[in-house]
Structures are given as C-alpha cells and as structure tokens.
Design a protein. Structure first.
Length: 118
C-alpha cells in the first residue's frame, strides 16, 4: 500500500521559514516525479514545485522561485520542501504528490497546514 505522509507544517510569521517533509512508502518512485501542491481556502489546488526522482531535475512555480527549494533523500524515500521568506499568501494546505512519468497511478498525501501571519 502506497503512503505519502506529510509533516512540518505550522504557524510562522512573515519572513520566517518552514521545512515540509513527505515520507513515501509502499513502492519505489524511480520512475516518478514527486512534488508539492497547495490549496488555499476558496481556491483551486495549485502546483508549487516538483523533482524528478531519478535525476533530481527541479521545477517551480514562479511565485516561489528563489524562496522555496525542493529536494529528496533517496535513501530515506523522503521528499522535502524548504520554504524561506514566507509570505501570508503562502498560507495553504500543502500536499505531497507522486506523478508517474509513464502511464500509471497518481498518489497524494493527506496534506499539512501552513499558516503565515503578517
């Protein structure tokens, strides 16, 4: 059974930092892109960042470039999102995601709340 379990969310002041973790289990993700999405109240879920598990190529949405860094630890099967210079508009539930590079099943975590106060 595949599981993606996020942790590391919380309440932080604007300008602060948080590191999200996503512990993955149940299969290998060598043929996956893993990433982070977020959903703010009343808004659609949006892409934040992704990493190709096999070669660590990274992608970011424009609003987080230079502030967020996605990385992975293959030995621990864990995905990270280091978030610096946080802004109130970063407030959302952050979801870990695994997308197959070939046709296959997509996986989601349960989400972790990030709240940035002004």
């Amino acid at each position: 059974q595949v599981q993606l379990v996020e942790s590391g969310g919380g309440l932080v002041q604007a300008g602060g930092s948080l590191r999200l973790s996503c512990a993955a289990s149940g299969r290998t993700f060598s043929s996956y892109a893993m990433g982070w999405f977020r959903q703010a109240p009343g808004k659609e879920r949006e892409f934040v960042a992704a990493i190709i598990w096999s070669d660590s190529t990274t992608y970011y949405t424009d609003s987080v470039k230079g502030r967020f860094t996605i990385s992975r630890d293959a030995a621990k099967n864990t995905l990270y999102l280091q978030m610096n210079s946080l802004k109130p508009e970063d407030t959302a539930v952050y979801y870990c995601n695994a997308d197959p590079l070939l046709p296959g099943r997509r996986y989601w975590g349960q989400g972790t709340q990030v709240t940035v106060s002004s």
